[in-house]
Design a protein. Structure first.
Length: 165
């Protein structure tokens, strides 16, 4: 008996698996980590002390997220990506380059955290659908932390004089 499968041109491509989505967010967390490190090093101006310390706090948080997500992928019997070449291929966050102005850094962090929250919310939905409580719990915790940072950076941006924006 022979079976023929016809694929319609308008069919949607197969959805990424949860571990593929987790590897994508892992790549984005690695880019965010490096961007925050650069902001920490290059920050200049009257807000140096506060922003220097905040960026250090944040890159340490992203270092922890990277470790937690990679270990969760391993717990699911998959392999986390782990090289910068893989991160750069998979990530959709962009490297910042030389940013030293408080306003530019704050806007970049706010924008990228918005993207990361949305990405993590998609993983939570997939994990809940798969009844994977551990993965859902991990990303719910990360989302809560990122929402607080988003709020703080929105307050920084909203409080900047117009000539700094």
């Amino acid at each position: 008996m022979s079976v023929t499968i016809k694929i319609k041109k308008d069919e949607k491509p197969k959805e990424k698996s949860m571990h593929e989505k987790m590897n994508t967010i892992l790549a984005n967390y690695a880019i965010m980590y490096q961007n925050l490190t650069g902001l920490h090093w290059l920050m200049k101006g009257p807000h140096f002390f506060g922003m220097h310390a905040k960026y250090e706090e944040l890159y340490n948080a992203y270092d922890e997220y990277i470790d937690q997500v990679a270990e969760r992928i391993l717990m699911l019997d998959e392999t986390p990506i782990h090289t910068y070449s893989e991160y750069l291929k998979k990530a959709f966050l962009k490297e910042l380059g030389d940013v030293s102005k408080c306003s530019e850094g704050a806007e970049a962090v706010f924008r990228d955290i918005e993207i990361l929250i949305t990405e993590a919310e998609g993983i939570v939905k997939d994990a809940e659908k798969a009844e994977d409580v551990g993965t859902a719990d991990l990303f719910i915790k990360i989302i809560g932390e990122q929402q607080k940072v988003r709020w703080m950076f929105k307050a920084i941006i909203d409080g900047m004089p117009k000539d700094m924006k």
